[in-house]
Design a protein around this ligand. Sequence first.
Ligand SMILES: Nc1ncnc2c1ncn2[C@@H]1O[C@H](COP(=O)(O)OP(=O)(O)OP(=O)(O)O)[C@@H](O)[C@H]1O
Ligand SMILES: [Mg+2]
Length: 242
Amino acid sequence: MLEVERVSRSFGGVAALTDVSLEVGAGEVVGLIGPNGSGKSTLLNVITGISPAERGVVRFDGRDVTSLRPDRTAALGLTRTFQTPRVLHRMTVLENLSAALFAGSPKVRRLRKADRERLNGLLEECGLGRRVDELASKLTLPEQRRLELVRTLVSDPKLILLDEPAGGMTPAETEGMARLIAEVAARGRTCIVIEHKIDMISSLCERICVLDFGRVIADGTTREVLEDEAVLDAYLGRRDIA
Ligand SMILES: Nc1ncnc2c1ncn2[C@@H]1O[C@H](COP(=O)(O)OP(=O)(O)OP(=O)(O)O)[C@@H](O)[C@H]1O
Ligand SMILES: [Mg+2]
C-alpha cells in the first residue's frame, strides 16, 4: 500500500531523514518510534506532501505521490493527524467534520441529512457523541485528539498516519485512545502510529520501525525490535520515553 524508497530530507544543512525506506502493507498497523528529533514527524510530512522529499520516492497504492501536495494525497486516501492537534477552534465539533467533508469544494454547502447522520455516527463511535455541538476550543486535549482522528475518517481513508495520538495524555486516556485506534484498524484501515509510549505501541502494533538521527535503525516484529541491541542503546538507553 505504501512504499517509501530511499527518501532524504534536510533543513538548512541538518539531515532530518537520510535514505529512509519503509513498506507498509494493507491492513498493517505499524509503530514508528525513535528519540526526539529523529525524523518521525518529518517522515509523515514527506509522505503526505507537506514537506516533500528532496531525494527518493513515495508510492501509495502503486502510484508515485512524491511531489503531490497534501490535498492531493488526501484525495487518494492518505490522511493524518498532527502532533499538536489542528482543530478549527471557533467551529463546533460537527462543523469541524463538515469542513473536512467539504474540503476542496469551492462553495459552502449544507449538510444533507444522510451526511449529518453519518458524521454523528462517527462521533458516537469515537466517544464524542455528547460533544457534537460544543465549540472545538472547549474540548479537552484527549477530545481534540479524538476529533482529529474522527476527522481523518470522514474521507474514508485507506491509510491513516497518527503523530503521537496519545501525547500529553494520562495512562487511562492513553488506553482509551489505544482502544479507539484498535477499533479503527479492526475495520480494515492501515495505520502508521508514532508514539513515545512503548506500551501503547506494543499493544497496537505487530511491527515497529525505528528511526535514529534520520535513519532507519530497525524494522521488524515488535518483539524483535524491542529486543534489538541498537534500539535499546539508541532509544531506550537514552530514556526519552515518556
Ligand atoms: N520545518 C523545519 N525546519 C527546520 N528544521 C526542522 C523542521 N522540521 C523538522 N526539523 C528538524 O528535523 C529533525 C527531525 O525533526 P522531527 O520533528 O521530524 O523529529 P521527531 O522524531 O518527530 O521528534 P519528536 O519526537 O520530538 O516529535 C530535527 O532536528 C528538527 O529540528
Ligand atoms: Mg514529532
